[in-house]
Design a protein around this ligand. Structure first.
Ligand SMILES: [Zn+2]
Length: 161
């Protein structure tokens, strides 16, 4: 199944190019901050440290993903139990987001969509989607599965009960 180093590298390059838009990484100076949410880039990572108003204003990857409607995480929830306990389950998901937001400013819930046979919650980061899936399975049991794509820059989570 190994396509060889060259084949893999080519695939990876294409994927990295697409996700590059959401990784400000190397070029930003310390205390650059997002003009939209105020997250601040310090020492190579995003924090909620107070921004220095004199420093560069940018749009952080999480705000950019929301503006582009380009989620990193998809959590699909469905089932009779879900329908009956929807408010409680969404509220648990929001609590997880609130816990993650402080240490990980780039992990946010983007939107919650109602589809015909499921509810789809989207996130700006793969970590949050996975945490929500883990929490649903831990709190409510049910059927839980997830898979990563794009070199782990995307995740799809399925939970049903
Ligand atoms: Zn932002």
């Amino acid at each position: 199944m190994d396509t060889g180093p060259r084949g893999r590298k080519d695939t990876r390059l294409i994927k990295e190019k697409r996700n590059d838009a959401y990784k400000c990484k190397d070029k930003l100076p310390d205390f650059a901050h997002c003009a939209n949410c105020g997250a601040t880039f310090v020492g190579g990572r995003w924090t909620w440290a107070a921004p220095d108003p004199a420093k560069t204003k940018v749009i952080c990857p999480a705000c950019q993903r929301c503006a582009d409607n380009f989620p990193a995480g998809y959590v699909e929830m469905k089932g009779d139990f879900f329908d009956k306990h929807r408010a409680e389950i969404i509220s648990l998901s929001r609590n997880i987001e609130n816990q993650e937001r402080e240490p990980h400013p780039m992990e946010r819930i983007m939107a919650i969509h109602e589809a015909e046979d499921h509810t789809l919650l989207t996130t700006t980061g793969v970590h949050l989607a996975r945490r929500i899936g883990d929490a649903l399975a831990q709190s409510f049991k049910g059927t839980y599965a997830f898979h990563y794509a794009d070199g782990e820059q995307k995740i799809r989570v399925y939970w049903e009960r």
